[in-house]
Design a protein around this ligand. Sequence first.
Ligand code: PAF
Length: 281
Amino acid sequence: MQIVRDIETLRQKLADLRAGGGTIALVPTMGALHAGHIALVAEGKSRAGHVAASIFVNPKQFGAGEDLSSYPRREASDIRMLEEAGCDLLWAPDADVMYPDGFATNVAVAGVTEDLDGAARPGHFDGVATVVAKLFNQIRPDFALFGEKDYQQLVVVRRMVRDLDLPIHIVGVPTQRDADGVALSSRNSYLTDEERLAARALPRALGEAASAIQSGAPVEEALAGARDKLAKAGFDPIDYVALRDAETLAPVARLERPARLLAAAKLGRTRLIDNLPIEPR
Ligand code: PAF
């Protein structure tokens, strides 16, 4: 796997890959890789001739008081995992390469960013859209793979790609979970043993609410039940438990189209997010 840290070498290596023929799939990451990221690489390999991953802990998507300085950084083991997964190229720029002195551009996607994590983390999705737009221009991939765990992020990226006519096929990959149902996340490493046990309540509460809604229970009642279970398990604060249209993220009061049940809540100092698909019967 080629490891590249400057734009000029990146362009050269990508031209070499393209010269040999074949398409390119991009797996954008902030590192601290786990099996969820490796599933993205595997999906990329099944769709394209070459897979490029990026590792960049993007300062623009962290708010004041968030975990930018403590975000896990494990580049050596990330590189080993990507090599084992058959990744062809790693793009790992420093912050001054991504955002040189005088950088002044912001990419903002309206609508789908205004609620849920967009409300709980002001400016977060501008940071995500700005860096993802840059990564797309730097790599010019044919495919880009995103985990469904960050479901709102996936919707935001799809919206941006449609709005800007970017010739990139966005692929959402189902959330990878531990055996006890907890979604894999780089931030799970912050959890104490006790919190890691309590974290099981999140997929369980979502699963129970999803079954209830699919069986015809009133949506608000099911959401309130999930909030209650999370509070009892020690989640505090609960930023949201919400049922949204799977494509537009508009609130859903009655299940008539594919929807997504989404939640975000804090356990100790760790903010966890998760979501499940719900299809009308
Ligand atoms: O999902 C992530 O890891 C990040 O938000 C992304 C897409 C790599 C942008 O920094």
